[in-house]
Design a binder for this molecule. Sequence first.
Ligand SMILES: Nc1ncnc2c1ncn2[C@@H]1O[C@H](COP(=O)(O)OP(=O)(O)OP(=O)(O)O)[C@@H](O)[C@H]1O
Ligand SMILES: [Mg+2]
Length: 278
Amino acid sequence: MTSKISIAGVGRTFDVKGGPFTALEGVDIEVADEEFLCIVGPSGCGKSTLLRMLGGLDRPTSGRLEMRHAQPARPLTAMIFQEESVFPWLTVERNAAYGLRVTDTWRGEESEARVDYFLGKTGLARFRKFYPHQLSGGMKQRLSVARAFVTNPEVLLMDEPFAALDEQNKHLLQQELGRIWEENRSTVVFITHSLDEAVLLGDRVMVMTSAPGRIKETIRVPFERPRDLMELRRTPEFNALTRELWTLLADEVARARAQEAGRVSGAAGKVQFDAEAG
Ligand SMILES: Nc1ncnc2c1ncn2[C@@H]1O[C@H](COP(=O)(O)OP(=O)(O)OP(=O)(O)O)[C@@H](O)[C@H]1O
Ligand SMILES: [Mg+2]
C-alpha cells in the first residue's frame, strides 16, 4: 500500500490559561492513495485540530505528518470547513472558480468547463449569478463542496461539511458527494459526528478517544459502491457496524462530557475518570 498521508506519533498541545492543554497525543494514521477515510470522535477530541494540521493551518507539537504530493500541477489539499466558508462578496460561479483564480491556475475554457461541471453536479448551475445571501444554507454548503472539487486537489479535507444541514438536504448531499467522489477519485479525510454518514461514505472509519485524542479503533467498511443509505439501513450488516461504532464511541462521549465539566470548573488537566464513567 502506498500511503498518501502518513501521520506518526502526532500530538498537539495548546498553551491556555491554567497550563498546557493536550488536544492530541500519539496519533498514528496511514491513509492510502484515493482512500476515503472517515474520522469520528467526541466533541473536543481534536478532530478539527488534526484536519487543520493536514491543511497546513496548524503544526503538531510532536510527531510527524507527511503528505505525498504526486502531481505538482494539482494542488495538494482543499479544505471544506465546519463553518460556512463561502465568500459573501462573490457570486456562486466566482466562488466556485476562486481556488483556480487565486492560485493562478485558471486555464480559460478548460477551467470554465470544470466550474460548470461541478456547479451542475451540486445542483447550482441555475444559481451561478446569485450571491451567497440569496442562497439557502444547504446551497452554500454545496457551493463549498463544488469549490473544493473544482481545484482538483489530491487530498480533500472535510470537517463536518453537512453538520448544519436539515436531514433531507444532508441525505441528498451525502449521496451526491459519494457519487462525485466515485467519478473523481481523490484521497479524502472526512470528519463527521454521524455514524451513518461515516459508514455510507468511508472505506474505513476511525474512532477517536476523548482528549487527548488518539485513534481508538479503525474499522473497514465492507459495503460495495455505489452505496445508498436507505438500502444500507435495511441490512443487518449496516446496523451491526453502526452499533459497533456507537459502542466504541459512547464511553468516549461520556468521558468528554466529564472533561468539559472539569475544565469549566477550572480543573483543566487534573480531572480523573473512572473506566466505568457514563
Ligand atoms: N487554538 C487553540 N487554543 C487553545 N485550545 C484549542 C485551540 N484549538 C483547539 N483547542 C482545544 O483543543 C481541543 C480540540 O479542539 P477541536 O476543535 O480540534 O475539537 P473537535 O474534535 O473538532 O470538536 P468538535 O467535534 O466539537 O468540532 C478542544 O478542547 C479545544 O478547546
Ligand atoms: Mg471540530
